[in-house]
Design a binder for this molecule. Structure first.
Ligand SMILES: C[S@@+](CC[C@H](N)C(=O)[O-])C[C@H]1O[C@@H](n2cnc3c(N)ncnc32)[C@H](O)[C@@H]1O
Length: 219
């Protein structure tokens, strides 16, 4: 288990934290937490404001995963919280002989995934993964598990651990100091569990999560 930033090749964006902090209400959060059209392709105040494919997002990152975990050409990869499947789509192009699966709570996102990856995606909840033990060489879950209440976060992490044969990598909403906590509170739309990095590590240890991890930090 290690803290490692495998998203360091993901494009960095300057987030309008103050502006969003002044505008979003519990009503916006309520809409976002349905993870429907409004979250992915609606207004910026209720989500992404347009969740579209572009190779700049994931192509370099899937290579990063493949190199870091030394993935074989015929490996198997699961993405928990795969949204429209864009990361797996780029994985599929990079490792065409590999096996892929994605799961997401959002029927809207799955329905709007690229046709070539859609047959490998399903609607479901991270807290009950519909796969046998040790099914995948690598299980990835980016900015997803923290959308559950804390006890369900623990179950989701245990599920990730259970279906992983070798490796797992998760990212969580987190902070390291008061400033980052304040910024995260302003930016957060959907997370139900946000913890200090040390609290996340304690939680990983408590439930026996042995995979790798990194943080979604707002600075
Ligand atoms: C911030 S988005 C991240 C999407 C993608 N992993 C990425 O990095 O672009 C969070 C995703 O988690 C999904 N999600 C939220 N709660 C979930 C749950 N309990 N089980 C599975 N997916 C969930 C949402 O529908 C959404 O696609």
């Amino acid at each position: 288990m290690a803290e490692v930033n495998l998203l360091d090749r993901y494009p960095r964006v300057k987030r309008p934290v103050e502006e969003r902090g002044q505008c979003i209400t519990e009503q916006h959060r309520g809409v976002a937490r349905h993870f429907g059209k409004e979250y992915f392709d609606g207004d910026r105040l209720t989500g992404y404001g347009g969740y579209r494919y572009h190779p700049k997002f994931w192509q370099a990152t899937v290579r990063r995963f493949a190199e870091f975990y030394d993935l074989a050409e015929d490996c198997s990869v699961l993405d928990v919280g795969c949204a429209k499947g864009f990361m797996l789509y780029d994985f599929q192009a990079f490792l065409p002989q590999a096996t892929f699966a994605g799961i997401d709570i959002s029927p809207y996102a799955i329905a709007h995934s690229p046709a070539s990856i859609r047959p490998f995606l399903c609607v479901g909840n991270a807290k009950a993964l519909p796969f046998p033990d040790r099914s995948f060489d690598l299980v990835i879950s980016i900015n997803t598990v923290h959308n559950l209440p804390i006890e369900e976060c623990k179950r989701a992490l245990q599920e990730i651990q259970r279906v992983s044969k070798h490796h797992a990598f998760v990212t969580m909403d987190a902070w390291r100091n008061d400033r980052e906590r304040e910024q995260l509170m302003k930016w957060n739309l959907t997370a139900l569990t946000y913890l200090h990095v040390e609290e996340w590590i304690a939680l990983f240890n408590e439930i026996g999560y042995g995979g790798d991890y990194y943080w979604f930090l707002v600075d």
